[in-house]
Design a protein around this ligand. Structure first.
Ligand code: ATP
Ligand code: MG
Length: 412
């Protein structure tokens, strides 16, 4: 079916009084940026929605791109015809013919006469369009409440729009309209999903990744860059901070508190991320923690770890089940990359039985006794490499079978 336009519906933010204009501007800016590679399209701004004239571009391809735009709730492909009865009816008949109609298929016509000089009222149009449809497709039945197919006919002065498909899009708030946060991005399944969820709530995300050369490989770093690249598909671009963590991490080894190592590492990560947040003007930290998943994600652990920063820690996945997280990872396209083998700095030096109930006093006292720790944290911030990642970047040969992960397991 040849469509002429896409109708884009904006989300819940349209309800919010004075922010509305700002939100609409952001979502339109985002739409414009994802449609840049399609020079033929023309974007028309309307109240609470937007229309994209295709001018020959592929509707399927554009819908794929636009579905990623936060703040858009749904997309309808539209047929355009002259605002006269005959072409409206024949377009409606053609469109209905695209549907697999069975004996049980129900429909209604929902006409709206925006152009008041059009000779038939909305109500009349429902019948004038509905009757020939019933004649052409005798299996069809009219149903007013929740029909299978609701054919909308929007009659305007210049032309008439017809559409019935409603394709769900990402929803949420337009990108960046709720401020900026730092995402702790590992190479696992959870943190990319947490990042996407935060972005969907209107947060602009900068990623922070901790790596421990030579204990974690170049490949692990590239994997995280690839995950950041996938996330950038939702935002146009994304900043990734790569933090050298080896010196901080090794300072916790051999101090007689092996089962607290993860707690120390996590707290150090939060301190470093907070310093980066301050530098970048971010007001929160986002993690992929999910309650009870591992030792560092019990409530007592979250409590002791979280006290290392004054910034709010947002944990979008905190109450989600792993299966649901995996489903989301698949939907947003990060799963396949996340499951590639890699070694996280947190899985190095991990004790046999990491504590699930760390004692805040002991943790704080031990940290205070590590007099070099603040300087190591400062140095890690200073040596952080920050890169901008864009969706079309070619990053690596991830997934190639011959790549080697080098981990020295005999480190102790
Ligand atoms: P993920 O799948 O996101 O790695 P996980 O269930 O494996 O999560 P952990 O490895 O315990 O859990 O990590 C918990 C959270 O800590 C991660 O979701 C991430 O936000 C953060 N994190 C862990 N390792 C790193 C790292 N190397 N760099 C940045 N953040 C990290
Ligand atoms: Mg992990």
């Amino acid at each position: 079916m040849n469509y002429d336009m896409l109708l884009l519906r904006f989300g819940e933010f349209t309800l919010k009084g004075k922010n509305r204009n700002r939100f609409e501007k952001s979502v339109l800016q985002h739409i414009r940026s994802v449609l840049k590679p399609y020079p033929r399209v023309r974007i028309i701004r309307e109240y609470g929605r937007s229309l994209v004239e295709l001018n020959g571009e592929s509707p399927v391809e554009l819908i794929g791109v636009l579905r990623k735009v936060f703040g858009l709730v749904s997309i309808s492909p539209v047929r355009v015809c002259p605002s006269e009865l005959d072409p409206i009816i024949s377009t409606a008949v053609t469109m209905m013919g695209q549907q697999a109609i069975t004996d049980n298929t129900t429909f209604k016509v929902n006409a709206r006469r925006v152009w008041k000089a059009f000779p038939h009222s909305s109500q009349e149009m429902n019948h004038l369009v509905g009757s020939p449809l019933l004649r052409t497709y005798p299996e069809l039945k009219v149903k007013v409440k929740q029909p299978d197919i609701e054919l909308r006919v929007e009659i305007r002065e210049k032309e008439t729009y017809l559409y019935y498909e409603v394709i769900p899009a990402s929803g949420g708030y337009p990108l960046g309209t709720n401020g900026r946060a730092m995402l702790l991005l590992s190479g696992g399944i959870d943190s990319p999903v947490a990042g996407w969820s935060a972005m969907r709530r209107g947060l602009e995300i900068e990623c922070v990744h901790f790596y421990s050369f030579p204990y974690t490989s170049q490949l692990a770093k590239e994997k995280v860059m690839e995950l950041a690249r996938l996330l950038s598909g939702y935002s146009g671009q994304i900043k990734l901070h790569l933090v050298p963590f080896t010196d901080v991490q090794t300072s916790f080894v051999g101090i007689g508190q092996e089962n607290l190592i993860i707690t120390f590492m996590r707290r150090a990560m939060l301190r470093i991320a907070s310093l980066l947040a301050e530098r970048e003007g971010a007001l929160a930290i986002v993690t992929g923690d999910s309650l009870g998943q591992v030792a560092s994600q019990t409530l007592p652990s979250m409590n002791v770890i979280g006290r290392a920063t004054e910034l709010p820690i947002l944990r979008p996945l905190v109450t989600m089940d792993k299966n649901d997280i995996i489903q989301l990872a698949q939907d947003i396209g990060t799963f396949e990359t996340s499951i590639l083998p890699y070694e996280d700095c947190c899985t190095l030096f991990v004790p046999k039985s990491p504590t699930t109930n760390p004692n805040l006093n002991i943790v704080e006292r031990t940290e205070a006794s590590l007099i070099q720790l603040p300087a190591l944290i400062q140095a890690a911030v200073e040596q952080t490499e920050s890169i901008i990642i864009k969706p079309d970047m070619q990053l690596s040969d991830l997934g190639r079978g011959d790549a080697q992960n080098v981990v020295n397991e005999d480190w102790f």
